[in-house]
Design a protein around this ligand. Structure first.
Ligand code: PMV
Length: 355
């Protein structure tokens, strides 16, 4: 792929009057089988599968203008914040062989998130994929061509691993597996046509246990897998979970879905607990919610389950048909475990959209 994108890079001169503004919104995603551990140039040690979210997203506009050399300014929620833009600027400079035209442009990036800054929800997947979509859009205005979502996934991955999965509607698979034709370590592929309809309208209620920033960055977390004695067993188990989850997603097998999803969340945290240095990212209220969810499921037979990201907040996953009952349960029992009673009602979404 790398050589394909390199050979189609536009190396000519940008027209003198080239200027304009593009905008994309892109969603966050929540992994069911977790990507935890990387190799080489942002390649995953194991495959991962995620739901594309809807309400948690980034909205990014890029104003571009022909210039003598590369120029870059970054505004977050209307305020110039170079520190937030540093990751995008680094990504651009590292990948200028693919996008040589940036050296003839001044870019002004304006970005905001629909979810609160202090919610503990990682924004790199949504913000990096939204920016990459804008970048490809600018390229497509120089060399007129169709929008290439696979290319968007490839470069989103280079900007931030899990961002590779944010560019498709419903669900995505990232990582090469013999169980899914066309899958790749270099970009994610859409799963929309390979899942049971029940998963296409799944809900994700995100219970905010703490809005604090994470005590371990995902970059450091991936790095800690290097010396983790359980890493080989983890990668083998992740492969097995991918294989079984793909089958369950297709058939609508809820029990397997719940089993794998919860086990993956706990494995992610177990890996952090037994790395060196070790991290405990769950809070007491995270465990209270997990216990309450499992009791609720046993008592009601409603297929509600949880997953966790690399932090204390709990994502509650359930079919749309159970929304009323689960929301009542959140409001009557779980809300006491949430920071200032905060939770976000999200659901599986339709992927990025041009603004
Ligand atoms: O994309 P990164 O480098 O922020 O890593 C994401 C890691 C997890 O969110 C914990 C799991 C995942 O697959 O999204």
């Amino acid at each position: 792929m790398e050589s394909k994108w390199l050979s189609e890079a536009f190396k000519g001169a940008v027209p003198n009057d080239f200027q304009g503004k593009v905008g994309w919104q892109s969603p966050s995603n929540i992994a069911l089988v977790k990507y935890w551990g990387k190799r080489g140039k942002q390649l995953p040690k194991n495959q991962s599968i995620s739901f594309t979210l809807s309400e948690c997203r980034s909205e990014t506009f890029v104003t571009f203008e022909k210039a003598d050399r590369f120029g870059f300014r970054f505004f977050f929620e209307g305020k110039e914040t170079p520190a937030f833009g540093a990751k995008i600027e680094k990504f651009l400079l590292e990948n200028q062989t693919f996008f040589p035209f940036i050296n003839q442009l001044h870019l002004m990036v304006e970005s905001c998130n629909t979810f609160p800054h202090s919610s503990g929800i990682a924004s790199s997947a949504s913000s990096m994929s939204a920016f990459v979509m804008c970048l490809l859009d600018i390229e497509n205005q120089i060399v007129v061509k169709q929008f290439d979502f696979q290319k968007a996934s490839y470069f989103s991955r280079l900007a931030s691993g899990s961002a590779a999965r944010s560019v498709y509607p419903k669900m995505a698979l990232w990582g090469a597996t013999p169980c899914f034709e066309g899958s790749s370590d270099e970009y994610a592929v859409p799963l929309e046509n390979d899942i049971h309809p029940v998963f296409k309208t799944y809900r994700d209620s995100i219970l905010i246990v703490s809005g604090e920033t994470k005590s371990v960055s995902s970059r450091a977390g991936h790095g800690l897998m290097e010396g983790n004695p359980y890493a080989p067993a983890r990668y083998a188990r992740a492969n097995e979970n991918i294989e079984n989850l793909l089958v369950a997603l297709k058939s609508g097998d809820m029990d397997t879905f719940i089993n794998i999803t919860e086990s993956e969340a706990l494995q992610l945290h177990a890996l952090m607990m037994c790395s060196n240095p070790s991290f405990i990212l769950m809070k007491p209220n995270t465990l209270c919610i997990i216990e309450a969810v499992r009791n609720f499921r046993n008592e009601t037979q409603i297929p509600l389950c949880f997953t966790l990201d690399a932090g204390p907040n709990v994502h509650l996953l359930y079919p749309e048909s159970e929304a009323e009952k689960v929301e009542n349960f959140i409001k009557s029992e779980l809300i006491t475990y949430c920071n200032q009673g905060r939770w976000i009602a999200d659901h599986v979404g339709d992927g990025p959209k041009k603004l």
